[in-house]
Design a protein around this ligand. Structure first.
Ligand code: 9MJ
Length: 671
């Protein structure tokens, strides 16, 4: 019996994988759903009778494991890029022109046009053809491990078809088709549960469920469009070949992808898909154009986190009319007063908008938004909503221009607007409840002191009760005090105390970032910490000394110096120390000492084939090396590409080492 059962189980697994492939990849199912379900039931019965028959990649194992407390972190071996946006045809023309200029070519270029799915970007790693890990994009460098959840999506094969490479990382979008979304919402509504506002939110909410059994009930699917890491075979030479490879391996690719030529081809695709958009079974918010040639893609490289060889051409944003019920000023961490329009709630691009920021008082004046006005509100995909303009014809009688308050709406301190600055600020500093609250929230946030569990609602209560006046007060909190608060049990109070205790051991960059010094973000905090090594040395530095830190200009230097001049701030820092908060001296010299390229000076001459000059420069500076425009005795290397100039002769005359592109790439660790 077992031998026959084992053979049948294997056969059923293959059949089910085959039907998934027919359904999701070929979009051409062979059998009705009922037959699929029957095969699945038969396999389940066999496996239940003899659990030794269960294999990890059995379709019955898509829902495995139990709820976890949180997602693990995954560092992407190849960063996950985001796309730059084009809103007009001119934007697309500009994109194409820049590519021509950078590549130094003429004539129409080959592109691949794809629908831009409005879901969640994921990366799925297959080892020896088996699904091993799946992660969200996160910030592009680090994402969340959602393997158990992605495994429940039938469109994502457990095993690749055919001859799979030892390692393949497929990138794509997980999304929820409109029909599934509507069915799911109807069911939720019937049960009196919360409904999702749009398919994108539903997909995100479903993929980020801590319990994969819940994800499994959600109608998620996926399309793939890119590759991350790949081992054991060469990268396909073009985007179209890449999509073909993904499809051959059994990964679903949108049936709408097309090779197109030049800007006319791109725009024709945009118009065609735009016209058919409403009839598609899923939501798209635009189309994506990708340069076909991989070699050219590599030569173009990236700008920040977006590739120069691809762009998302967005469909026009939705607009709606609504009425401004009020205009209030919110006080932020630095005291900045931000005018916010309270709107009659209105549905735009799938979400209800009831508040919209007006940025600053100049913007309010420029648009002349007044209470009672009818306004056009616009929202494009994931972009924050904005007031486009006032419908002047509908303005009621008796409205007045919005005035900047003279006193802070929260603490009644005077409001100051520095000449020439758009932003007006409350001068209350830490005495202002709003500023205190925001400062504490920032201090406790993940990238600062990372105090898990000290959320907005708790901070609000603790500030309200005057328990927390400065970040240092966090370290005097007791479990008994916390248990008094709303929605705080004994267990959560203890957990929070433990999290606070853990945060006592921190690092100088985190502390500097957490202090919330104006203009000091994470990168500047790190640069300051690296330069000075200790807080004492930083606190003693005057503005001129501060300006010697890389990327610190006069404005940042002035803010940093002013921050540490304040007696109040010095008192808080002392109190933090007294309450046991520690940060070790940072013994890192300005650049990574272990990197052999650090501190070396390079001169580039001639044309490099595999990468642009900017890309070479970026790669070098990222490693702590300098790129100079002229050769001297101090130059460490001259990199000579094709047709090098006089710099090569000078290098040879001075005896400076000259390396070619291959040696250069090797030095960078790229070959
Ligand atoms: C979406 N969202 O459909 C990319 N995307 O390519 C498509 N996103 C992308 N491509 C590189 N079709 C980075 C993101």
């Amino acid at each position: 019996m077992t031998k026959a059962a084992a053979a049948r189980a294997a056969e059923l697994r293959e059949l089910l994988a085959h039907h998934d492939y027919r359904y999701y990849v070929l979009d051409d199912p062979e059998v009705p759903d009922a037959e699929y379900d029957r095969l699945m039931r038969e396999l389940r019965a066999l496996e239940a009778a003899d659990p030794t028959l269960v294999t990890p990649d059995s379709p019955t194992q898509r829902v495995a494991g139990t709820a976890s407390a949180e997602f693990g972190e995954v560092v992407h071996s190849v960063p996950m890029l985001s796309l730059d946006n084009a809103f007009t045809e001119e934007d697309v023309t500009g994109f194409d022109r820049r590519i021509h200029e950078r590549l130094g070519v003429s004539g129409e270029l080959d592109y691949v046009a794809e629908p831009k799915l409005d879901g969640l970007a994921v990366t799925v790693i297959y080892r020896e053809g088996r699904l091993a890990q799946a992660a969200t994009r996160g910030d592009g460098v680090t994402g969340e491990d959602v393997t158990a959840n992605v495994r429940t999506i039938r469109a994502v094969p457990q095993r690749l078809r055919g001859k799979a490479p030892p390692l393949l990382e497929a990138r794509g979008e997980v999304f929820m088709p409109i029909a599934g979304f509507e069915r799911m919402n109807a069911q939720a509504a019937a049960r009196g549960e919360k409904v999702f506002v749009n398919p994108r939110n539903a997909a995100a909410g479903s993929l980020r469920q801590l319990d994969p059994r819940i994800t499994a009930t959600r109608p998620l699917t996926a399309f793939f469009y890119g590759l991350g890491a790949l081992e054991g075979r060469a990268m396909p030479p073009g985007q179209m070949e890449l999509l073909t490879l993904l499809r051959e391996l059994g990964l679903p690719v949108s049936p709408e992808v097309r090779p197109v030529r030049g800007v006319p081809g791109c725009l024709a695709y945009y118009r065609d898909l735009g016209a058919r958009r409403a009839g598609l079974p899923y939501q798209i918010d635009g189309v994506v154009y990708k340069l076909e040639s991989r070699a050219d893609q590599e030569r173009l490289g990236f700008l920040s986190r977006s590739p120069r060889w691809a762009i998302a051409h967005k469909f026009p944003a939705d607009e709606a009319l609504t009425v401004v019920r009020g205009i209030e000023f919110q006080v932020g961490r630095t005291g900045a007063l931000t005018p916010v329009a309270r709107l009659e709630p209105v549905f735009v691009s799938g979400v209800t908008v009831s508040n919209v920021t007006l940025h600053n008082i100049d913007e309010v004046r420029r648009k002349d938004v007044r209470v009672g006005d009818t306004v056009i509100v616009r929202r494009a995909g994931d972009v924050i909503p904005e007031v486009v303009k006032v419908v002047i014809e509908r303005r009621p009688a008796g409205t007045g221009e919005v005035q900047l308050p003279e006193r802070c709406p929260v603490c009644d301190s005077p409001v100051l607007r520095v000449e020439g600055e758009a932003v007006a600020r409350c001068t209350g500093g830490f005495t202002c409840r709003a500023q205190r609250q925001e400062a504490l929230r920032h201090f406790a946030s993940r990238r600062a002191l990372d105090i898990e569990g000290l959320g907005d609602k708790l901070i609000e209560q603790l500030v309200e009760q005057d328990v927390l006046k400065s970040p240092a007060d966090i370290y005097t909190l007791t479990a008994a005090q916390l248990e008094e608060l709303e929605r705080m049990g004994e267990k959560s109070a203890q957990n929070l105390i433990a999290a606070i205790a853990k945060s006592r051991r921190t690092s100088l960059p985190r502390l500097l970032f957490g202090l919330g010094i104006r203009e000091v973000g994470e990168a500047t905090a790190l640069a300051l910490a690296r330069h000075f090594g200790t807080l004492e040395r930083l606190m003693e530095a005057d503005a001129a000394t501060l300006e010697q830190v890389p990327d610190v200009g006069p404005i940042v230097a002035a803010h940093v110096a002013a921050f540490f001049e304040s007696r109040e701030h010095r008192r808080v820092i002392k109190a933090l120390r007294d309450h046991g908060v520690t940060w070790p001296e940072l013994k890192v010299p300005p650049a990574e000492p272990s990197d052999p390229l650090s501190g070396k000076t390079f001169v580039l001459t001639g044309t490099l084939q595999g990468l642009t000059r900017e890309a070479a420069q970026e790669a070098l500076t990222a490693r702590g090396a300098k790129v100079s425009g002229s050769v001297s005795k101090k130059t460490h290397y001259v990199v000579a590409g094709a047709e090098p100039g006089s710099k090569l002769a000078k290098a040879e005359a001075l005896g400076v080492p000259v390396i070619d592109e291959a040696q250069f790439l090797k030095l960078l660790g790229r070959r």
